[in-house]
Write a protein that binds this ligand. Structure first.
Ligand SMILES: [Cu+2]
Length: 173
């Protein structure tokens, strides 16, 4: 009769062990803006796309597009709203211009980022995206150089520990 609760605790312990020792996703995330099949193009709701993700410092945005038809300007929030890159109030509000057709933008700082396409009419037509990179680590930091990943290390050390606890509990019961 004592077998059942003992077995139950064993299952619980094993579950605890596997969840805590599961390999973690290391490093920053990379996001293809607009996702596969769409990319950076006209007629896509990038506000909806951005809402689906939680961006953090170190993450990378990839803009994929036909370079003769679009470009990517990182701009101020003001220009993002007005779509006016001609420079109404002093500076033109354009931080960086990307034009290769495959641009990787690292979100290096914890702040808002605003991107538009500067081809005539595209920004006004909705080809713009705003993301906010949070300082809080959404992902574990990348492993140190040469390391094979934290998950492996944790798993290796947790295995004997987890087994030890299970065995000890079985003896007690
Ligand atoms: Cu465009």
């Amino acid at each position: 009769m004592q077998l059942l609760p003992c077995f139950a605790s064993l299952v619980v312990l094993l579950l605890l062990w596997t969840t805590t020792a599961a390999p973690q996703r290391a490093g920053a995330a990379e996001y293809l803006v607009g996702d596969v099949g769409y990319g950076w193009d006209s007629g896509i709701n990038y506000a909806a796309w951005a809402r689906e993700h939680a961006f953090a410092v170190g993450d990378v945005l990839v803009f994929q597009y036909v370079s003769t038809q679009h470009n990517v300007y990182e701009v101020t929030e003001e220009v993002y709203r007005s779509c006016d890159t001609t420079g109404g109030g002093g500076g033109d509000g354009v931080r960086v211009k990307y034009t290769t057709g495959y641009d990787r933008v690292v979100l290096a700082e914890a702040r808002g980022y605003w991107f538009i396409c500067d081809f005539p009419g595209h920004c006004l037509g909705g080809m713009k995206v705003a993301v906010n990179a949070s300082a809080a680590q959404q992902h574990p930091p990348p492993p140190a150089a040469g390391g094979g990943g934290r998950g492996v290390v944790i798993g290796a050390s947790a295995l004997p520990l987890g087994l030890g606890v299970v065995v000890a509990l079985m003896i007690i019961m």
